[in-house]
Design a protein around this ligand. Structure first.
Ligand SMILES: Nc1ncnc2c1ncn2[C@@H]1O[C@H](COP(=O)(O)OP(=O)(O)OP(=O)(O)O)[C@@H](O)[C@H]1O
Length: 245
């Protein structure tokens, strides 16, 4: 891993990206440091998934800079992806394999062969109940699948965690468990970027929240004090008429 200047693990600087004539990212700038959780909030079509795709090197910006732990995903996709644990909205795991087998197999694909005890410890850290460790994933809830995915992310010990709509479809208890877990991952030093519509979840765990609108950040809020965020104020901003037009 190489680090970018000033310890930022995710750097997006003045990025413009169009699909044909449709401009989607229009001067997007955001930075996420090691140990920080940044929530990118935006409505449908704001450019959240496109931002993720640019970080993963699946789409290439027309202008601007993207760096993940010092690598440019557009030109160094393999190196950049090796730094990232990506948990998509619907986690892709193997239903016919058990939780332990999924972890061992997916980690082997990533070139890691952790001891079985390390896998157990990671499951333990995520709060996945022990009775599920040797069960096939076919019957797992979304929350349980996310725990397996996060356990794998923990075992890869990568510096960047990307979460796409992590709380959609989770009940409040599962959301709270998941948020706690993401917090732990950040405390271990990962830079976490989550894209979401879920204002409450963002307010619960993010250190900073950026409001993405029409492909750029139109407002940003940082957690402060015990109350962290003024949720009513955030809600007002999130539901306000476009300020980017
Ligand atoms: N491959 C593509 N080709 C053309 N247009 C696309 C493509 N992918 C996304 N778009 C368009 O780009 C815009 C931004 O899409 P994106 O998926 O990044 O938004 P989003 O913020 O993730 O939205 P949502 O919350 O609905 O998932 C949308 O207008 C979408 O229709």
């Amino acid at each position: 891993m190489s680090l970018t200047a000033n310890g930022q693990r995710i750097v997006v600087n003045d990025v413009h990206l169009s699909y044909g004539s449709h401009a989607v990212l229009r001067g997007l700038t955001l930075h996420v440091a090691a140990g920080e959780i940044y929530a990118l909030l935006g409505g449908n079509g704001a450019g959240k998934s496109t931002t993720m795709s640019a970080l993963l090197g699946f789409v290439r910006p027309d202008a601007g800079t993207v760096e993940v732990a010092g690598y440019n995903p557009a030109t160094q996709a393999d190196q950049a992806r090796a730094q990232i644990a990506y948990v998509p909205e619907n986690v892709a795991l193997y239903d016919h394999l058990t939780a332990r087998e999924n972890a061992a197999y997916l980690l082997a694909l990533a070139g890691r062969r952790p001891e079985p005890q390390a896998i157990d410890a990671a499951f333990e850290a995520t709060g996945l109940q022990e009775a599920a460790w040797d069960k096939r994933l076919g019957g797992f809830s979304k929350g349980m699948r996310q725990k397996v995915a996060i356990a794998i992310a923990l075992l890869r010990e990568v510096p960047v965690l990307l979460l796409d709509e992590p709380s959609s479809g989770l009940d409040p208890k599962a959301t709270a468990d998941f948020n706690r877990l993401v917090h732990d991952v950040a405390r271990r030093g990962a830079a976490v970027l989550m894209v979401t519509h879920d204002l409450l979840s963002a307010a619960d765990i993010a250190d900073r929240i950026g409001f993405l609108e029409a492909g750029r950040i139109v407002d940003e809020a940082a957690a402060q004090g015990a109350d962290r965020f003024d949720v009513r104020d955030l809600h007002r901003k999130f539901t306000a008429e476009s300020v980017a037009a």
